[in-house]
Design a protein. Structure first.
Length: 275
């Protein structure tokens, strides 16, 4: 259910590499040519282009794109051109908790394993170690206010969070089919959907049960209010364009989410990924 439009017949990696080389050489950069090639190739095709470009011109295509492009357009093109597992490993390294949940829960097991392997290769340590490190740094760098005063509202809120943490143990150790049955029976037995238990839990459940709901919400919140969260919008479109972007757009119920809130080559590139 991706949205990438791939040309037929498909140019060879050599032809694509030559076109990209021409786009980045000389005076100025031909951004439209870059969009025309990279915006219409799937992951395996992009990897062949990167390897062919490296073999012919003895330089990294991604490094050259970094030097030739700028701003949100450069960020989107680089994220898209990377092989998905190393790309997601980099996103996880820079990530807020929600992004790690996306990678862990909205990916197939094979992709998640590839991301973990790529993370070790790139950063020379495990993803699990870094997640734990960030947690422990938070514990030792915080300052606990040492007074006996108690607040019932705070206690009640944090009790709910502890409850959610127990639920997250179940979410992290069961396969998706088992979890979907659990979600269904929870609603049947207790009257409310399980995703009403809390925001973090809601995101986790959505990423497992209906990723399109989560990513549609991320896209929506990235463009509401004053200004646009380009990083979040880029992450949604780049990471899901080959997977379930059609479902996300149906969930969002309008394909104009990008048109009114972006501009220039950045807008043109995202629209290419949206088909």
């Amino acid at each position: 259910m991706g949205t990438i439009g791939i040309p037929d017949p498909l140019p060879s990696p050599i032809d694509d590499s030559e076109k990209l080389r021409k786009a980045v050489q000389g005076w100025g950069t031909d951004e439209n040519a870059i969009i025309e090639v990279l915006g219409h190739r799937n992951a395996s095709q992009r990897m062949k282009i990167c390897q062919t470009y490296q073999d012919i011109y003895k330089e990294s295509l991604i490094d050259r794109l970094h030097s030739e492009l700028s701003g949100d357009f450069r960020n989107a093109v680089k994220l898209w051109t990377w092989d998905p597992p190393p790309r997601d490993a980099r996103l996880a390294n820079e990530a807020i908790l929600v992004t790690i949940i996306e990678i862990a829960c909205a990916s197939c097991p094979q992709h998640l394993m590839a991301v973990r392997q790529a993370y070790c290769s790139i950063f020379k340590r495990s993803l699990e170690e870094d997640i734990i490190t960030k947690l422990l740094v938070g514990l030792v760098s915080s300052y606990r206010y040492d007074r006996k005063r108690m607040e019932e509202t705070v206690a009640r809120s944090e009790a709910a969070k502890l409850h959610n943490a127990i639920v997250l143990r179940i979410l992290s150790t069961r396969n998706k089919s088992q979890l979907k049955l659990t979600f269904s029976l929870y609603k049947q037995d207790y009257g409310n959907p399980i995703d009403q238990l809390g925001t973090l839990l809601q995101r986790t459940v959505w990423c497992i049960d209906s990723p399109e709901k989560h990513f549609a919400e991320v896209a929506r919140t990235s463009i509401v209010g004053f200004g646009t969260d380009e990083d979040s919008l880029t992450r949604v479109i780049v990471t899901r364009a080959e997977i379930d972007m059609k479902k996300i757009m149906e969930e969002y119920y309008q394909s104009g989410l990008v048109v009114g809130d972006t501009s220039g080559y950045y807008k043109a590139f995202l629209l290419a990924l949206l088909g």
